[in-house]
Design a protein around this ligand. Structure first.
Ligand code: SAH
Ligand code: SF4
Ligand code: F3S
Length: 473
């Protein structure tokens, strides 16, 4: 659906030092998309700014995954309405766009509910953003939520514009978008459309250019990243394992990760890649959602708890030091005490290094929202608290198991204090190290001396008392 709704204000003369503020919600895919939109707008003469007050274009790149995430946007738009009025009283203009998954799901309803919005554009059509803005500048309101047939990545700057993409030594690289799994709780298949894999050539090009621009760690992104499929240059079929093998050959790229995976798409070759590739980090985010077979079935996850555990056994056989992470939902419709206890037992069996857990949030248009047996909010809260306490315990135990051990870190940024640098462990934990440990971008080995709530301290990083979190950058 592409439409121009109404013509409102007349066009105003604008200088060419326009400034854009992009606020990103939701997952890493949105973070990546925000950067690409920023790049497209830079080509169009927009400079980024750090504050909304300073901007003449605000884009909210939104998330629709849970009700809270979606509702946040409307309170933010309420504040923006005041800012726009304030600017208007000084003769300044502010354009407002909503992008991302709320844009895709709600389309022009957003403008009906929040008339401050000038532009609604869905994730498949960001390459049309400059055109849409040109129409907005003429006073139009624009809604563009097509599932575009053309490849948006082919039209967005990035691969051909590394100088504006290099933002440090780590980068995301989208290789797959969309989802065909239709878990009954989830909006993603509706907001991101069908599974599409980006072609091998452009992925390799973007990765090489990132490496040339100083990037040392690349995280491949996709809603179902391990469903990626393509062909190598010789036309041979390739899965994510094969893509990772090719990427690991690129000089400069020392670390590879991928997220998010579905248990059903972990094939033998991908598991073997964890055994064979030292650049592939021993950390895997593999959501399971529930430990109850009855609930897994109602969620349409299409595997059992035993399938998941057997899969983890195979992955751990290939890469014994792998750290696991997961996502959990408590209080899915019909979840009984016994179902929840099955989730707790699964977590106990696995031993997670980190995890994300959520109360089920009914999403309009998904099958789960219409199911019987919705669980009371207080029950959801109690279950979430118990689950999170267990997961926190496991996360702490995992961090503490590293104390006294040598761990390779990628030095990523300066620390809070001049005598410190911050890096990341293979298991994605921030590690505070001494400044002389190496330059930003170096892979160095440090010995872990202590743990803080969300990071590790390397030996020589400076005196810290237990519980002192001020050293964390
Ligand atoms: N593609 C990923 C998940 C993307 S959404 C996968 O298949 O695992 C990220 C997480 O949000 C999900 O794993 C799930 O735990 C949570 N989530 C999704 N929809 C939700 C809902 N309606 N209520 C609560 N949590 C939800
Ligand atoms: Fe959502 Fe399921 Fe697709 Fe993940 S696999 S994005 S949870 S529908
Ligand atoms: Fe949210 Fe869309 Fe990502 S709903 S989690 S921003 S795919």
């Amino acid at each position: 659906m592409t439409e121009t709704i109404e013509r409102r204000e007349p066009a105003t003369a604008r200088d060419n030092t326009r400034k854009v503020f992009i606020k990103t919600y939701g997952c890493q895919m949105n973070v990546y998309d925000s950067q690409r939109m920023g790049d497209a707008l830079a080509k169009d003469g927009y400079r980024p700014t750090e504050t909304m007050e300073d901007a003449d274009l605000v884009l909210l790149n939104t998330c629709h995954i849970r009700e809270k995430a979606a509702e946040k946007i409307y309170s933010e738009l309420g504040r923006i309405r005041l800012l726009k009025a304030d600017k208007a009283s000084r003769g300044e203009e502010l354009r407002v766009g909503v992008t991302g998954c709320v844009a895709q799901a709600e389309g022009r309803e957003i403008i009906d509910r929040a008339p401050v919005v000038d532009l609604v554009i869905g994730p498949q059509t960001y390459h049309r953003l400059p055109d849409a803005l040109a129409r907005v500048a003429k006073g139009d309101k624009v809604v563009d939520t097509d599932y575009a047939v053309e490849d948006k990545f082919a039209h967005l700057p990035g691969a051909e514009a590394p100088q504006i993409r290099a933002r440090g030594v780590t980068a995301f690289l989208t290789v797959q978008e969309g989802c065909d799994k239709f878990c009954t709780f989830c909006v993603v298949p509706y907001t991101r459309g069908a599974e599409v894999s980006r072609a091998f050539g452009p992925i390799m090009d973007e990765a090489r250019r990132l490496a040339d621009a100083g990037v040392r760690a690349v995280t491949l992104l996709g809603q179902n990243v391990n469903a990626w499929s393509g062909q190598d240059v010789a036309g041979r079929p390739l899965g994510l394992g094969g893509l990772l093998r090719a990427l690991a050959e690129i000089p400069g790229i020392g670390r590879l990760r991928y997220t998010t995976s579905h248990p059903r798409d972990m094939d033998d070759d991908l598991i073997a890649a964890h055994r064979d590739l030292s650049a592939l980090m021993p950390y895997l985010h593999l959501p399971v959602q529930s430990g109850s077979d009855r609930i897994l079935k109602a969620m349409n996850r299409r595997h059992t708890a035993a399938d998941y555990l057997a899969l983890l056994d195979r992955i751990r056989a290939a890469r014994p030091d792998i750290a696991l992470s997961g996502d959990f939902i408590v209080g899915f419709p019909g979840e009984s005490d016994a179902d929840f206890e099955a989730t707790m037992r699964l977590v106990e069996k696995v031993g997670y290094a980190s995890a994300f857990s959520f109360k089920y949030s009914p999403r309009p248009g998904t099958p789960g929202a219409d199911m019987d047996g919705h669980v009371e909010e207080t029950v959801k809260s109690e279950r979430l608290q118990r689950l999170q306490a267990l997961l926190r315990e496991q996360q702490t135990a995992f961090a503490e198991s590293l104390v006294g051990r040598d761990v390779e870190i990628l030095v990523e940024k300066p620390g809070r204090y001049a005598h410190q640098r911050v890096g990341r462990s293979p298991f994605l934990q921030p590690v505070v190290a001494a400044a002389d440990v190496g330059e930003i971008g170096d892979l160095v080995t440090v010995r872990i001396a202590a743990t803080l709530p969300n990071s590790l301290l390397a030996e020589g990083s400076g005196a810290v008392r237990a519980g002192d979190t001020r050293n964390v950058a």
